[in-house]
Design a binder for this molecule. Structure first.
Ligand SMILES: [Zn+2]
Ligand SMILES: [Zn+2]
Length: 324
């Protein structure tokens, strides 16, 4: 029995009368996490996991009706049992488990299996149907240890200091920036945190995640600036004068994005599962059916089908803006 169907606004559960991560306004929206391609404004009621409530509030504004539930709590909506389980993607990110008449479906949202001190680790949840993202669903995507990549960022900063130039690091302001900041040695200072990033850092600190505070912005030549990608080419960046620029993203694995952004460095750091982790999560779910959405859908569907899995490509309306 299909617990979900695809409607214009996205994934819809008829037995519970709710959408998951709808791209259009609906009555009841269950939100896996606060990234803009999953949390769009205008719905009447929102429900998300407790640790992500603050981020969702920042995204949707003061007027949004947001209810939160702790991870693992059993929630009854219409005829279905619902619960949120950590997805390991960003603070408060969830997989959403739906149970109805003995049938269990899990919607992964975005997820990763790699350790990240800024959010709870991914929890494998058994199900009959697993709805998986596939943002990096190609065998070429394999991540190194995040700790190693963050150390490379630290070394890049130190080398720039010795050459008297600032280090400007572009990182997505929800999730990526905090993951990097939590692993950096900020005493190498000064550390300058772009306001759109610091705004979310404050929410992370409110959830007990230790993050370094921005320093006094005076010695620009020795500074590391952690900056939202939206500031690329902006007036704000001029103050740094001579600077080396870098971007931290899974997309830095392929050459094109880095060249297009004319960056000096690209650090491969993703908050999504790489190819082996996607396969591992699918395997651990025990699901006999897999719905694939969000990214390189066709290659993953083909790979699973060739191995005897029942895999379905699910076309959702492309989000207005991608986080990664
Ligand atoms: Zn996301
Ligand atoms: Zn996403």
């Amino acid at each position: 029995m299909a617990l979900l169907e695809v409607r214009e606004a996205g994934l819809y559960c008829p037995a519970g009368d709710f959408h998951i991560d709808p791209s259009l306004p609906v009555d009841r929206a269950l939100i896996t996490h606060a990234h803009s391609d999953h949390a769009s404004a205008g719905s009447r009621d929102y429900l998300t996991a407790s640790p992500g409530g603050g981020l969702l509030r920042a995204r949707l504004g003061d007027d949004a009706a947001i209810q939160v539930e702790p991870y693992g709590a059993a929630i009854r909506i219409g005829d279905v049992n619902v619960s949120f389980h950590p997805a390991g993607h960003i603070l408060g990110s969830s997989q959403i488990r739906i149970e109805h008449a003995g049938e269990v479906w899990v919607v992964s949202g975005d997820y990763k299996l790699a350790p990240d001190p800024t959010c709870e680790p991914f929890e494998p949840v058994g199900c009959h149907t697993f709805v998986t993202e596939s943002t990096f669903g190609l065998p070429i995507f394999r991540w190194n240890d995040a700790a190693q990549t963050i150390d490379e960022i630290q070394q890049w900063w130190l080398a720039n200091q010795q050459a008297d130039r600032a280090s400007i690091l572009f990182a997505y302001p929800i999730g990526k920036a905090q993951r990097i900041l939590s692993g950096l040695d900020a005493t190498a200072g000064p550390l300058i945190i772009h306001e759109p990033v610091e705004r979310y850092n404050a929410i992370y600190r409110g959830q007990g995640i230790a993050l370094p505070l921005p320093g006094e912005a005076t010695d620009f030549a020795r500074a590391l600036a952690v900056v939202s990608p939206s500031a690329q080419g902006s007036q704000w960046l001029r103050r740094f004068g001579q600077a080396s620029t870098a971007f931290a993203s899974g997309w830095m694995r392929i050459r094109g994005p880095r060249r297009r952004r004319s960056l000096d460095r690209g650090f491969v750091l993703s908050d999504h599962a790489d190819w082996p982790a996607l396969l591992q999560a699918i395997d651990q779910s025990g699901a006999e059916q897999v719905w694939v959405t969000h990214g390189y859908v066709a290659p993953l569907v083909r790979w699973l089908t060739e191995r005897g899995k029942q895999a379905v490509a699910v076309e959702l309306k492309p989000p207005a803006e991608e986080e990664e």
